[in-house]
Design a binder for this molecule. Structure first.
Ligand SMILES: Cc1cc2nc3c(=O)[nH]c(=O)nc-3n(C[C@H](O)[C@H](O)[C@H](O)COP(=O)(O)OP(=O)(O)OC[C@H]3O[C@@H](n4cnc5c(N)ncnc54)[C@H](O)[C@@H]3O)c2cc1C
Length: 435
């Protein structure tokens, strides 16, 4: 029987799905011992720190992750960061293969003047803050302003808009971070404006997300009637139109047909605009935009400008991997060929493809990379695994430690009618998971 030691770095969906594929590929001749290494004290990646608190059903995929983690040949090493506590070179030497599943957690920058003003955030920061990611507990978010601008028109933009507009009572019964809940309670936001650079037919959000938003009471949604008309005209000339484009435009036209109830809050989706500058003294006060036009299918910036007053700006224009020693990032992903980086090192998930695809996308993707990895396996190396390279006094949170954190959060949640109350302090998490 060949016994291979595999390190998976990153305990998000892609990492768990890679472990699942490896376990499925075991046979009477071949076994895999899997060590999953995670920088945070908690696993589950963006399922814990990205997926919106009011989307609890989606988070039930964590049950699949926990079943994978319960397998005999699986060990979790949380609170262990690649590039800080261990190097990629060391890992590659003490394992038969290494799979990087480190995601893409850095928010892409707009690169415009004023982006550094107070109350201007990337969605990567803002979402992590309301989801209790321990790196973002102290983010200074101020919701005591009437208008928020979101730059970008993908699903993350829709998530953030919904979080800003939803009734506070609906958030109270979720696993939103306690520190964020109290800020949302005092929110004065009445209007959110989503600003997309391209035309309605290019919107990156999915129609399901928009339709769910339309169903919410108390929120009036608007899009430009003329822009939609022009989009429909343009797509009428396209052969083999993508179904999702058609669905999206249909969902947007439903917005125009909303009955005029008395709405508490407003969401406007503005297309064909480019932010040029965020203005304000210390904190965000106004955003200057250029108007874009579609010329021969291409989006072009014009010489027409306008400005919007707002006290909060969130840029949701995508995520990119955070660099650590031993990898190269190009075009928003770790450089790789079909998931192979070099030697015995592979990559899966958002780190491999960039920030595209839903949780399920990472499953088929991980299976393909694992197939490639298995084909390249030779005789097992007879290696030590992580114990050989980690400092002896390093505080590891193993599966049992994580289960303690998990149980403690769920129990405190039950007492207040929530799925869990997340711990968001690094030291308290480490104490909970190591004692
Ligand atoms: C705001 C937001 C909302 C979303 N909502 C949905 C949704 O509702 N439904 C849906 O299907 N999809 C949703 N997605 C997409 C989904 O979250 C991703 O497809 C998925 O999480 C990508 O998985 P991953 O494992 O590649 O990355 P991640 O989930 O980011 O996991 C990467 C893991 O690696 C760890 N890590 C990073 N660097 C290191 C290091 N150096 N050492 C050790 N560990 C490290 C991270 O801490 C993290 O735990 C959402 C994404 C975002 C950003």
């Amino acid at each position: 029987m060949d016994i291979y030691r595999i390190a998976i770095v990153g305990a998000g969906p892609a990492g768990y799905f890679a472990a699942q594929s490896l376990f499925k590929a075991q046979s009477t001749d071949r076994t895999f011992l899997i060590d999953m290494i995670e920088r945070l004290p908690t696993p589950w990646g963006l399922v814990r720190s990205g997926v919106a608190p009011d989307h609890q059903k989606i988070k039930t995929v964590s049950k699949v992750f926990e079943n994978i983690a319960k397998q005999d040949n699986f060990r979790l090493f949380a609170n262990t960061e690649l590039g800080k506590d261990i190097s990629l070179k060391d890992l590659s030497e003490v394992y038969d293969a290494v799979i990087l599943a480190t995601g893409a957690s850095g928010g892409k920058k707009l690169g415009i003047k004023g982006e550094e003003l107070q109350n201007s955030f990337s969605a990567a920061e803002f979402v992590s803050w309301y989801n209790a990611h321990p790196d973002f507990t102290n983010l200074k978010v101020n919701l005591e302003t009437e208008t928020a601008i979101i730059i970008g028109s993908g699903n993350v933009a829709i998530d953030v808009a919904r979080m800003l507009l939803i009734d506070y009572e609906k958030l109270e019964i979720t696993d939103i971070a306690q520190h964020a809940l109290s800020i949302f309670k005092g929110s004065k936001i009445r209007e959110v404006i989503i600003c997309g650079r391209r035309a309605p037919e290019n919107a990156a959000f999915t129609s399901v997300e928009l339709r769910n938003l339309i169903k919410l009471e108390n929120i009036e949604i608007s899009v430009s009637h003329n822009q939609l008309k022009e989009s429909n005209l343009r797509i009428s000339k396209v052969k083999d139109l993508d179904r999702e484009v058609e669905n999206n435009l249909h969902a947007m036209s439903m917005v125009l047909n909303q009955s005029s109830k008395s709405f508490k809050r407003k969401l406007e989706i503005k297309f064909l605009v480019t932010p040029l500058e965020i203005k304000g003294v210390n904190h965000v006060e106004e955003v200057i935009f250029a108007i874009n036009k579609v010329n021969d299918g291409k989006v072009e910036i014009t010489n027409e400008f306008f400005s919007l007053k707002a006290g909060l700006v969130i840029s949701a224009i995508g995520y990119e991997p955070i660099e650590y020693q031993g990898i190269e990032i190009k075009n928003g992903r770790i450089e790789n060929i079909a998931g192979h980086i070099k030697d015995n090192i592979y990559v899966v998930g958002w780190a491999k493809r960039g920030s595209v695809g839903v949780i399920g996308t990472n499953k088929s993707d991980a299976t393909d990379v694992v197939d490639l990895l298995i084909k390249a396996l030779k005789v097992p190396k007879k290696v030590t695994g992580i114990e050989g390279v980690l400092q002896s006094n390093h505080k590891i949170i193993n599966q049992i430690g994580w289960e303690k954190i998990n149980a403690s959060e769920v129990i405190s949640g039950e007492l207040s009618g929530k799925p869990r109350i997340k711990e968001s302090d690094w030291n308290r998490l480490i104490n909970l998971g190591t004692t």
